[in-house]
Design a protein around this ligand. Structure first.
Ligand SMILES: *[C@@H]1O[C@H](CO)[C@@H](O)[C@H](O)[C@H]1NC(C)=O
Ligand SMILES: *[C@@H]1O[C@H](CO)[C@@H](O)[C@H](O)[C@H]1NC(C)=O
Ligand SMILES: *[C@@H]1O[C@H](CO)[C@@H](O)[C@H](O)[C@H]1NC(C)=O
Ligand SMILES: *[C@@H]1O[C@H](CO)[C@@H](O)[C@H](O)[C@H]1NC(C)=O
Ligand SMILES: *[C@@H]1O[C@H](CO)[C@@H](O)[C@H](O)[C@H]1NC(C)=O
Length: 395
């Protein structure tokens, strides 16, 4: 299946996974936000019962970082589609997972009902839900602050295995589970559950970053009626040769429980994270378009990922039945999906073929930033590009 990963990553117009992170601020039922915040937020712990078709992996669990090094070379070698076969079966698994999420809406609604458009935000590999709500200079970096200021509501959450959500084994946590969790969250939110003071939403927009874009897009494919629009960030759909493998290797993955036992001693060895801040910057940022303190904050909230998450980013991105507006965007220097240069990648994206029924397709390259756009300079400019699209699409 890693072979699938590689084939998938290398294929033209395929989605490529990446590394992302975790959310910060919902704690203990009362969210501490600066008094200047335009948002009021409600934290939730949500039981999600789903059935997913899971891959069963058949490789030896890691004892140490050298075992991780070995599997990274197996995944990223040029002929891994022929040589690496980590999957031994497939089974349907029905379980209830505990997911931690936060709903934020304007303290002062704009009067035009915009707060009834809910942006359901899914973070990528490398962070937790705090990716969407930076506690460092929220006016400059928090997606939540920026979109709530424009009148929208946001629900963001910690993906399975991150933040305050349940942690399952790093040898079983995978895309298929997380896609069903997202679909279930979307259904619950649409029905007016977990939406704080706003009641039943009028519209639901899926917003993703990187692996969160992969799972959001998978929902557009499998459940095309669940969302009214999608904003897909940290992604490009153009051929990148061997770049995703360079990216994966450059993450410098190490066993989280051994690297940082204070935080991760309860995680099994399947959870791996950046070796250090330099690996994080190589893969997510681009000088001089970042502030050192923003990167230090991003690194402080970095979260490990399951090795099997990397191995389950597969399949075609084509969403044949999704009719809503779609926006695709990332930073100019995205190292994961554009090979470090996005203008030419975006010029080659066959978006009309990927979203043949979409009533409005938009894309833009955000100047200066790398893959971790929300923590780069001018993040508010990036959010402005997103809210301008939502406005144009009638939300
Ligand atoms: C949240 O819970 C922790 C641990 O129980 C406690 O130390 C902290 O003061 C609490 N924070 C708030 C805002 O209640
Ligand atoms: C493996 O990938 C190579 C190069 O992309 C391709 O030519 C070959 O057909 C693939 N082999 C298999 C078994 O998928
Ligand atoms: C699992 O991996 C072992 C060791 O590589 C191999 O001998 C065995 O055939 C594999 N089992 C399946 C079901 O693929
Ligand atoms: C899992 O469920 C799907 C959908 O219900 C079904 O098509 C498939 O055959 C099942 N797979 C297994 C291995 O039971
Ligand atoms: C900030 O971001 C927006 C949206 O990508 C862009 O149009 C604008 O040029 C950027 N500003 C600077 C100074 O880079």
């Amino acid at each position: 299946m890693a072979s699938t990963l590689v084939a998938f990553l290398l294929a033209a117009s395929s989605i490529i996974p990446a590394a992302q992170a975790n959310p910060v601020s919902s704690t203990n039922g009362s969210l501490e936000r600066p008094s200047s915040s335009v948002a009021q937020c409600v934290p939730y712990t949500i039981p999600i019962s789903i059935t997913s078709q899971n891959l069963v992996f058949n490789f030896t669990q890691f004892k140490n970082d050298l075992d991780v090094a070995y599997i990274i070379t197996e995944i990223t070698r040029k002929d891994s589609n022929v040589t690496f076969h980590p999957v031994s079966g497939i089974k349907n698994v029905t379980t209830t997972y505990s997911i931690s999420g936060t709903f934020c809406s304007p303290k002062k609604p704009s009067g035009n009902g915009r707060e009834k458009t809910v942006l359901l935000a899914t973070h990528g590999i490398g962070y937790d839900g705090r990716y969407w709500d930076s506690a460092y200079k929220p006016q400059e970096y928090s997606f939540v602050e920026a979109v709530v200021k424009e009148g929208y509501s946001v629900f963001y959450y910690d993906r399975l295995g991150t933040g305050k959500s349940q942690v399952v084994s790093g040898y079983t946590n995978q895309a298929s589970i997380q896609i069903e969790i997202l679909a279930s969250l979307a259904t619950l939110i649409r029905s007016g559950k977990y939406t704080g003071p706003i009641g039943t939403p009028k519209s639901l927009v899926l917003v993703g970053h990187s692996f969160g874009t992969y799972t959001s897009n998978a929902v557009l494919i499998k459940y095309p009626k669940l969302a009214d629009a999608a904003v897909l960030t940290g992604i490009a759909y153009a051929p990148t040769n061997n770049q995703p493998n360079l990216f994966l290797a450059a993450l410098g993955l190490r066993i989280a429980a051994q690297h940082d036992p204070r935080k991760y001693s309860s995680f099994d060895t399947g959870y791996v994270g950046f070796v250090d801040i330099a690996a994080h910057v190589t893969t997510f940022f681009k000088a001089p378009s970042y502030e050192l303190d923003a990167v230090l904050y991003a690194h402080s909230i970095a979260a490990p990922a399951a090795i099997t998450e990397f191995l389950t980013i597969t399949g075609s991105p084509v969403a044949p039945a999704f009719g809503g507006p779609v926006q695709v965007t990332t930073g100019e220097f995205d190292y994961a999906f554009c090979g470090g240069e996005c203008y030419s990648s975006f010029a080659q994206q066959p978006l009309k073929d990927i979203y043949p029924k979409s009533r409005l397709i938009d894309s833009f390259v955000h100047p200066g930033a790398g893959h971790g756009v929300n923590f780069g300079k001018n993040a508010t400019g990036f959010y402005g590009g997103i809210t301008a699209f939502l406005g144009k699409a009638g939300f």
